[in-house]
Design a protein around this ligand. Structure first.
Ligand code: OOB
Length: 546
């Protein structure tokens, strides 16, 4: 099955309208890159430690790698699972793929063989790109384990100093083409069409493993362009990539792509650890940084402990990905001396930003407004009937950068979209008098642990693999550090001894599951409460255990 058969497109009349209104401008990521290179030439585009790339260098290296990849047989619509830490090679690879229409699947550094195998199987990916190791974990060996199981994999690309036999050193493929002008022309001639898939993002996933979200050049281009306008990005912007670069927020909201579109400079941080990040903000004179609330909290604490750090360059910290407590929000300006911008977004599309003109209390208490005049919003009750203005309800949305269907997931799509193509976000929201949205909760069954989304169903399925487990419910409990923690409530099979947290975590490790999904707490109970339709009553469990 080709890629096209797994995609759900926008209706023809909307495609026409989105083009007419200029939301979709027909440009590919590769064209954005070269336009920026022609405009901003020798200005610094990317800073990664001692590595400094100018706009022209970035474009030339991306072209060089694109040619190397096509020499190795990569063609339009081939998929590559990309699991790299925040590094300059990630950006070059992203643009190289875009130049030849190869679709990167944006895996997170935390993913393990369980998730990576699934991405490869689901997409028929021809390659994986991984670091050699991070924090003692050998990604290269994991990639080879996956490659051995998955016949579609032809190449394992590795970024690092330790390249195993059979792996391909990605850095050795990153060099300017022999003739840069000819290369540029050749790649321009073979440019993919702007309505083709530029990247596959990953959904937070409410059922089982994450779904793949196709983002076209047209829609993703609009995503970072409009974000950049709303957030006032320009050539003086210095943007810190502290969250994993493959996540939609630091990638394109406006993120690194929005920064490069605007002529600013992208600074790569290896991790969101406060010490390193505050040091980078000071050293590189960072103006904008994006964080999830749990990270923002740690940055604030670190600044309080180290008041000497000069963060005067910082104008804005964007916070999103999970609910930010208004009390934390109110501390941002006094502690960091910069503005707060709340961002309520999703890999599926819709983005909401608080405005710099909003009153301080509105910035602290709301999650912003839809960024595009073409975003459609409905807030409905459980029968899909719109609620009264200002009332709480489930958020449905459509728009020029919101997907119409997950990749190759017809059954899931039937549940996640209405017949009219509205995406069911699973978030419970209300309109605030300011015209912004407030996120009040959600209907989707997941745990939002420090912005990382964990599907309860996936955790339950994993625990059911253990012989001793008769019944299990994974629920989110409030947590000071992570916002929410992952608690599994287990009924043991008769005659089986209890199960400890260590045993569960060890089993997860053996299953090759990403570490952020490991439960934080286990409760053994005699039975699980049920609702009157016989479903496990998770709301009651949460109340009992909070
Ligand atoms: C971002 O994207 P995802 O795909 O990891 O998660 C989306 C979900 C939303 O549906 C909502 O449940 C939650 O994360 N969320 C928030 C929030 N921002 C996201 N909940 C409360 N307050 C917020 N500010 O998380 C994402 C993508 C782009 C930009 C920012 C975040």
């Amino acid at each position: 099955m080709g890629i096209a058969e797994g995609l759900v497109s926008w209706p023809e009349e909307l495609v026409k309208r989105y083009r007419e209104f200029g939301y979709w401008n027909g440009k590919t990521l590769g064209q954005y890159l070269w336009e920026a290179a022609d405009r901003f030439k020798d200005n610094e585009a990317v800073t990664d430690g001692d590595i400094h790339l100018s706009y022209r260098e970035l474009a030339i290296l991306s072209d060089g790698l694109a040619l190397e990849l096509s020499r190795r047989g990569f063609r339009q619509n081939d998929c590559m699972v990309v699991q790299l830490p925040n590094c300059w090679e990630f950006i070059v690879l992203l643009f190289a793929c875009a130049r030849i229409g190869v679709i990167p699947i944006m895996a997170l550094p935390g993913h393990r063989s369980n998730e990576i195998t699934y991405f490869v199987d689901h997409s028929g990916a021809k390659a994986v790109a991984v670091p050699d190791e991070i924090k003692g974990f050998d990604h290269q060996s994991m990639a080879w384990q996956v490659a051995e199981k998955c016949p579609s994999i032809q190449d394992v690309f590795v970024v690092g100093d330790c390249i195993a036999d059979g792996s391909i050193d990605l850095r050795s493929l990153i060099h300017p083409a022999a003739n840069e002008e000819v290369a540029r022309q050749m790649l321009d001639d073979g440019e993919p069409s702007s309505d083709s898939v530029a990247v596959f993002l990953l959904s937070g996933g409410t059922t089982g493993l994450p779904k793949l979200i196709p983002r076209s050049h047209d829609d993703y281009g609009y995503n970072f362009r409009q974000s950049s306008n709303i957030c006032n990005f320009d050539s003086s912007t210095v943007y810190l990539v502290a969250l994993p670069a493959s996540h939609n927020f630091p990638l394109a909201c406006p993120g690194l792509l929005g920064t490069l579109y605007s002529g600013g400079r992208v600074v790569m941080a290896k991790s969101p650890e406060p010490d390193g990040c505050l040091k980078l903000i000071e050293m590189e004179r960072v103006t904008v940084a994006a964080a999830v609330p749990a990270v923002a909290q740690r940055w604030l604490d670190a600044k309080v402990q180290n008041p000497g750090r000069d963060l005067s360059s910082l104008k804005v910290i964007q916070v999103g990905g999970a609910r930010m407590a208004p009390e934390l929000a109110a501390k941002v300006r006094p502690t960091l001396g910069c503005s707060l911008q709340q961002v309520f977004g999703m890999a599926e599309g819709l983005l909401n930003y608080t405005s710099f003109d909003d009153q301080e209390d509105v910035i602290c208490e709301t999650q912003g407004r839809p960024m595009s005049p073409a975003d459609e919003i409905l807030i409905v009750d459980e029968f899909d009937v719109p609620v009264a203005d200002g009332e709480m309800g489930q958020l449905l949305t459509r728009g020029p950068y919101t997907l119409r269907g997950y990749f190759k997931a017809p059954e899931h799509n039937a549940r996640s979209f209405t017949n009219d193509g509205w995406y069911r976000t699973g978030d419970v929201v209300r309109w605030h008098p300011s015209g912004n949205l407030v996120v009040e909760g959600r209907t989707k069954d997941l745990i939002n642990r420090a912005g990382e989304k964990i599907s309860a169903e996936e955790i339950e399925n994993l625990l059911y693999r253990l012989e001793s487990v008769a019944q299990v419910a994974a629920i989110a409990l409030p947590d000071d550090r992570f916002g929410e923690r992952n608690c599994v409530v287990v009924v043991m099979r008769e005659g089986m001894a209890g199960l400890t947290l260590e045993e569960v975590r060890k089993a997860m490790e053996d299953f090759g599951v990403a570490k952020y999904k490991y439960p934080d707490q286990i409760e053994i109970v005699d039975s699980l409460p049920t609702t009157n339709v016989g479903k496990i009553d998770k709301a009651l469990l949460r109340r009992q255990l909070s």
